[in-house]
Design a protein around this ligand. Structure first.
Ligand SMILES: [Zn+2]
Ligand SMILES: [Zn+2]
Length: 309
């Protein structure tokens, strides 16, 4: 299978620090490359981690606080530049950008923030209702409303359920090589011993999924997005000793993120969006580890694999 991994471009909430750029993530998922919440510094973060903005296939913005979108102008202008330079016929193709529809004015301002010739081929995809927003290749992109100080949507990428060939059953049916491909494609194949169907030699395989939840209080939408996902990226602005502050600013603590992941049945939890009051990130994974058994506190520049099936 092709790579499925999260590349962490930045982990800071409101104020970037010496060691944290603004919140920003890239998700490599087979032939998709999706940028989530491109905060300030995203363009350089991509350069440092080897993420090609030219290869981005979509951008998802949860809301328009600066730490989630100030990098968008850089991404779009880089895309424009790469589009002019590409020798690919027809250019780089459209780049859909998903964002809360009732903040379209903020989106427009970001795109028009500086002078440049726009050949980015960005396609506006305002999100105004929960549920399916688009198919990105064979994968469904869904959105659910979150509870923050301004309109905010979280996202979920979902692979459809499928099937996997069982090597023992294939051997039993005497099938190998190109015959297996034919059987999987057309659903059946005739052999000297009789007809073999796809159901005879495969087992069901649950589609993989990833959810992106920030910024928000713990809420129904977050739970819905995180339900049984393989990888949950969740905000963890504060430690739980500051739970009152989190409530006031409509954010989550590391403990709340882990409780959400556990209740939802999420397999791996990645924490991000850290307040500048905490100099190191490991305090977040330490706290969350008491409530979920696969927690990673994101660090700028690291790559986190989606756990295998
Ligand atoms: Zn934020
Ligand atoms: Zn915010």
């Amino acid at each position: 299978m092709s790579a499925r991994e999260l590349i962490v471009l930045g982990t800071a909430s409101m104020a970037p620090t010496r060691h944290r750029a603004h919140n920003s993530y890239a998700l490599r998922w087979d032939d998709q490359l999706i940028l989530f919440d491109p905060g300030e510094g995203t363009q350089r973060g991509c350069t440092l981690t080897g993420v090609s903005i030219a290869k981005a296939t979509a951008v998802c913005i949860t809301h328009f606080h600066g730490d989630h979108c100030l990098g968008l102008p850089g991404v779009v202008q880089r895309r424009s530049h790469e589009n002019e330079a590409t020798e690919r016929p027809g250019g780089l193709g459209p780049l859909p950008v998903f964002f809360p529809a009732d903040c379209e004015v903020n989106f427009d301002h970001l795109l028009q923030a500086t002078i440049f010739e726009d050949s980015s081929n960005v396609v506006k995809r305002g999100v105004s209702a929960p549920g399916r927003q688009a198919m990105l290749g064979p994968f469904e992109l869904r959105a659910e409303p979150l509870v923050h100080r301004d309109t905010t949507f979280g996202y979920r990428l979902q692979e459809p359920d499928g099937f996997s060939a069982d090597p023992d059953r294939l051997a039993e049916a005497g099938l190998a090589g190109s015959d297996v491909g034919v059987l999987l494609d057309q659903g059946w194949i005739d052999t000297p011993a009789g007809r073999v169907t796809r159901e005879d030699v495969t087992v069901p395989r649950r589609g993989q999924s990833m959810a992106f939840v920030m910024d928000t209080l713990p809420c129904e939408g977050a739970l819905e997005l995180a339900r049984d996902v393989d990888l949950l990226v969740c905000e963890s602005t504060y430690l739980h000793e500051e739970v009152e502050l989190a409530r006031e600013y409509k954010h989550m603590t590391a403990r709340q993120a882990a409780e959400l992941a556990t209740e939802a049945g999420a397999r791996r939890l990645v924490l991000g969006h850290f307040s500048a009051r905490y100099p190191t990130n490991d305090v977040f994974s330490e706290e969350a580890s008491h409530f979920h058994d696969d927690v990673i506190a994101a660090e700028d520049g690291i790559t986190i694999p989606v756990p295998h099936r």
